[in-house]
Unconditional design. Structure first.
Length: 193
């Protein structure tokens, strides 16, 4: 899926106008930040649905081409979905440039779980977190954090401080300077005999 999204500027705002847009197959949204005025926009609902199938879109810098306006570089900051149908109801997009410092939740991908010695001995691997909150420049934002768990033994835990982050990427919880925030990410229980 392309990282260029096409949007139209919208004039009418409010709950009623947003409802009419959704009935017409559009998704209302807003682009804000970078010391510029916010822009209310709409996207084609089918395009948004297809674009968000690719989970990398949530942690990518997207280019939004606003018809009759500028191209904006953004990240998805927030999204509201319909509670029953899971349709996207509204998008909040934050403007960024390569040096913008942003904070985002990024998915964790665990690799090698079946090869871990602790699992082979009968220990159960438990995943305590599925995402990790990172702070970095927009250009350094990883699409996911990959953790190799293939060497984990029974009774062992990996914590946030054990994660290998790319240059310039920080784990937000560790910025507090208190070891209480260094939470376990994954662990293997002790083997019962």
């Amino acid at each position: 899926m392309s990282e260029v999204w096409t949007a139209e500027a919208r004039g009418a705002e409010g709950k009623g106008a947003s409802r009419r847009l959704r009935h017409a197959g559009k998704v209302p949204g807003i682009i804000y930040g970078a010391n510029k005025d916010a822009i209310s926009v709409t996207f084609d609902a089918n395009f948004v649905k297809k674009a968000l199938v690719n989970i990398d879109a949530y942690n990518s810098v997207l280019t939004v081409d606003v018809k009759g306006g500028d191209q904006e570089r953004v990240v998805i900051k927030d999204m509201q979905r319909h509670p029953a149908r899971a349709d996207v109801m509204h998008l909040d997009l934050q403007r960024v440039n390569d040096d913008s410092r942003i904070t985002k939740h990024v998915p964790i991908k665990f690799v090698g779980a079946a090869k871990a010695p602790g699992v082979k001995l009968g220990g159960m691997m438990t995943f305590f977190q599925k995402t990790v909150e990172l702070r970095c420049a927009a250009k350094d934002l990883p699409k996911a954090v990959e953790i190799d768990v293939s060497a984990m033994e029974a009774g062992e835990n990996l914590r946030l401080s054990d994660l290998k982050m790319p240059e310039g990427v920080q784990v937000v919880a560790l910025l507090h300077g208190n070891s209480d925030y260094d939470q376990a990410v994954v662990g293997i229980g002790k083997v019962r005999r």
